[in-house]
Design a protein around this ligand. Structure first.
Ligand code: HEC
Ligand code: HEC
Ligand code: HEC
Ligand code: HEC
Ligand code: HEC
Ligand code: HEC
Length: 470
């Protein structure tokens, strides 16, 4: 043997790069390397091709959001018609090939040439913008992206905002997937090179190297030899998985901006704002029970027997009369033909979650504004405010997780100090009692709680699963 170096690796290294003296194993190695090189090239090309496809998709999505989303939705008619599978629609409607591309560039041109396009133009009195700068490829990428969307269930998606959030999340998913693939390719490539080195080493020292040992066999052998590292690695991967799962749960089923239509367009601004009616007048169980409660029609009638409204208010207020069975003509009288008002629920938590209003409003001293925004200025019907909107309200604790998700509850429980409750300001010693008990129970734990100067909801158990989950 030419090489007597005690560490095989150093020996190979020498042989490998010292071209002059080691023609022999350069020959095998380079031919093997080349064979594998081809394989890797093919792999990389496939990968680049796939990445390119994703990229075109991403381009379509960006263009759609930037240029079309103000008027078009994928599955619902808006200012413009829904765009899902619109190319098929044009084709089966007998449109001239390519006229749909022209339509997007300049609908007037398409209308002049294609009777089908002319029929589409009659869809509404609003006409579409012209996009002369978009290339055919870009327009196709928009339609491609639109056609790959999947319809979400009507309730979970809600209007606009949160559907976008979900789409954003899934496009992030692609990025991670691509990174993952790159990572695996690198690992395999490195593994391949290492294999070459090993076989060359074996060749050099005359040991036999099982060329045909499969990757998995080799991997098993390697794992066995490095049990400890593999163990630690596996633990890290599992823990990482758990963390990712939890972050996912925090934002599951995002409902921000959800604003269902209501049987009567009830404006909070007119009532709680201009007329200064207390929330509790209508939501009268909010400080006594789990639920805030909604007012019955009798509550409305307390005022609206007299307040018949003016202008376009009359028709809206008439709906209250229909529900109450009230005939406002003359002196007014009840007809006993009542009709129930069915308000659509705006804020909805899943059945497995326990939430209690009085605990928050009375015991915790949390203002309605913190969770529902400033309803006294709300001129439309109620909606689930996004955290961004909530953070703009003066006096609110700024939070980051989407409203009504588990992350939102938990984040506030981590931030919010318990000693700010209205019970405390009433001076009945509720929180003094809590502090005293904590001090007597475990002085050092109490010290830890107070390190940041406050005892938070979390520190009193506001992060325990069973507090919120049945
Ligand atoms: C200013 C609003 C507006 C914008 C922005 C807009 N559209 Fe339109 N679009 C319309 C309207 C309105 C129609 C229905 C035709 C009509 O009434 O003139 C329409 C029709 C269409 C149609 C035919 C639909 C069918 O059902 O046959 C396609 C395809 C289309 N638009 C694609 C696009 C694309 C792609 C974009 C973005 C690059 C876009 N539109 C941007 C308003 C708009
Ligand atoms: C005159 C009666 C009245 C007053 C006063 C009033 N509300 Fe309401 N509130 C209603 C009615 C009726 C609904 C149901 C219609 C809707 O959802 O828009 C409602 C709905 C709500 C909802 C959404 C309920 C759901 O389904 O999730 C919230 C939150 C709310 N009110 C908070 C407040 C707050 C906070 C105040 C005080 C600033 C207030 N309300 C004052 C009558 C009232
Ligand atoms: C404490 C008195 C009071 C109660 C209770 C009350 N309202 Fe009103 N409501 C008013 C006043 C005051 C106005 C404003 C009338 C005006 O602008 O002239 C009004 C206006 C309205 C309007 C017209 C708003 C607009 O500008 O479009 C609607 C709709 C309405 N109320 C629905 C309801 C419903 C539904 C209830 C019961 C859930 C209710 N109100 C309970 C006092 C009340
Ligand atoms: C800590 C956050 C928080 C505070 C503070 C809060 N709410 Fe709520 N509110 C919620 C959640 C969460 C729901 C959904 C409850 C469910 O689906 O079980 C809700 C639901 C409601 C509803 C719908 C009907 C019901 O009872 O479920 C009304 C009305 C309401 N809140 C009014 C109020 C009023 C008025 C106040 C202030 C006095 C208030 N809330 C304070 C979080 C809050
Ligand atoms: C804006 C801050 C805030 C948000 C958001 C919030 N909470 Fe709370 N929560 C509090 C405060 C403050 C208390 C402490 C009341 C007390 O001292 O017992 C509390 C207490 C609780 C408790 C009782 C804990 C115990 O130790 O007994 C439960 C259960 C609870 N919250 C559930 C929820 C759920 C479910 C949500 C989300 C839907 C939520 N909270 C959102 C502030 C918040
Ligand atoms: C402060 C209240 C709170 C605490 C503490 C809490 N959760 Fe939640 N959790 C929620 C709320 C609210 C939701 C519903 C979120 C949604 O609908 O988006 C939820 C949803 C979930 C879900 C998803 C179920 C679904 O809707 O698909 C799981 C699983 C879950 N929680 C597990 C846990 C576990 C495990 C713990 C303890 C480590 C825990 N939660 C502690 C409030 C809480």
């Amino acid at each position: 043997m030419k090489c007597h170096n005690s560490t095989k690796f150093a020996c190979v290294k020498k042989g490998f790069f010292d071209v002059g003296r080691t023609v022999f194993y350069m020959k095998i190695s380079s031919s093997q390397m080349f064979r594998n090189f081809n394989k890797w090239c093919l792999g990389t090309l496939t990968f680049l091709f796939l990445a390119g496809t994703f990229n075109a998709q991403a381009q379509g999505e960006d263009l759609f959001k930037a240029k079309c989303a103000t008027c078009h939705q994928v599955f619902k008619d808006g200012t413009g018609p829904k765009l899902f599978e619109v190319r098929q629609k044009w084709e089966s409607g007998g449109a001239i090939e390519g006229s749909i591309i022209q339509w997007v560039n300049d609908f007037d041109v398409a209308v002049a040439k294609d009777p089908y396009a002319a029929s589409v133009a009659a869809w509404s009195t609003t006409s579409m913008s012209k996009f002369p700068d978009l290339t055919e490829e870009q327009i196709v990428s928009i339609f491609d992206w639109v056609d790959t969307q999947e319809e979400k269930s009507a309730v979970a998606a809600g209007p606009g905002g949160d559907a976008n959030a979900q789409e954003e999340e899934s496009s992030m998913g692609w990025v991670w997937m691509i990174l993952g693939i790159v990572f695996v390719v690198i690992i395999l490539a490195v593994g391949g090179v290492r294999r070459q080195l090993k076989s060359a080493t074996a060749e050099a020292s005359g040991e036999d190297f099982d060329e045909h040992m499969s990757y998995s066999e080799e991997l098993k052998q390697w794992a066995w030899l490095n049990k400890r590292y593999v163990g630690v690695g596996a633990l890290v991967v599992v823990m990482g998985g758990v963390v990712i799962l939890f972050l996912g749960l925090y934002s599951i089923n995002v409902m921000e901006n959800y604003q269902p239509s209501q049987p009567i367009e009830f404006p909070h601004a007119t009532h709680a704002g201009i007329n200064g009616i207390d929330c509790k007048y209508c939501h009268n169980s909010v400080d006594k029970s789990r639920t805030a409660g909604l007012p019955t029609v009798n509550v409305c009638m307390n005022c609206h027997k007299q307040i018949t409204g003016a202008g376009d208010q009359v028709a809206k207020i008439q709906k209250i009369y229909d529900a109450a069975g009230w005939d406002p003509t003359g002196a007014g009288k009840y007809t006993n033909e009542t009709k129930e008002i069915v308000w659509n629920k705006v804020h909805v938590l899943p059945d497995h979650v326990y939430f209690n209003h009085s605990q928050h409003v009375v015991v915790g001293g949390v203002d309605c504004k913190q969770c529902h925004g400033d309803m006294a200025t709300m001129t439309e019907t109620a909606k689930v405010m996004s955290v961004e909107e909530l953070n703009k309200v003066e006096g609110n604790i700024p939070l980051t997780k989407p409203t009504l998700t588990m992350g939102w509850c938990i984040e506030c429980h981590q931030e919010k100090e318990v000693s700010l409750g209205t019970l405390d300001t009433k001076g009945d010693g509720y929180y003094n009692e809590i502090h005293k008990r904590l001090l007597n129970n475990d002085k050092s734990l109490y010290g830890q709680y107070l390190e940041d100067g406050k005892v938070t909801v979390k520190e009193l158990g506001g992060w325990e699963c069973a507090k919120c989950h049945y």
